[in-house]
Structures are given as C-alpha cells and as structure tokens.
Design a protein around this ligand. Structure first.
Ligand SMILES: [Zn+2]
Length: 79
C-alpha cells in the first residue's frame, strides 16, 4: 500500500496544469470538452439568439411560446 501511494503521488505531481479545450461540432450541434487531449465531457450545444455564439445548451435558456414550441434560446451571458 505504501508503495502504491508513493507512485500515485509521483504521477499526480508530474501533471502540469490542466489544459482544457472545447471542440464544437456545429453540424451535429454537439461539443466535446478535452482535458490534456482526452475527452472528459460531451454535451449538446445551441446557438444563442442574441450573440449568435454556440454555447453549451441548458434548457433554462429557452423562451417558449404558448404551444410550448421553442421560440428563442439565450446563452448564460445574454440572459
Ligand atoms: Zn448569447
């Protein structure tokens, strides 16, 4: 156990600061979040109707019509 924890410490301190990178796939409206070149998250994206940027989708941004159809979607910065 001691040997195992020592090895873990070496690996942990060997890591540099995490490099996050977001790749957007507008065709499928999805995005991947990469940390040090590895995919750590996948999520849907939506185009903001205000700033027209592609942002991570969250359902709170929708403004719905009376027929519950989605009228517009605003990103977190524009709400
Ligand atoms: Zn926006």
């Amino acid at each position: 156990m001691v040997r195992l924890s020592q090895r873990w410490q070496v690996e942990a301190t060997g890591l540099k600061m995490s490099d996050y990178m977001e790749i957007l796939y507008p065709q499928s409206m999805t995005a991947k979040l990469l940390q040090n070149g590895e995919v750590i998250a996948e999520y849907k994206i939506e185009q903001c109707d205000s700033c027209e940027k592609l942002k991570k989708l969250d359902k709170f941004g929708y403004t719905k019509g009376q027929g519950r159809e989605k009228l517009i979607w605003l990103c977190g910065d524009c709400r």
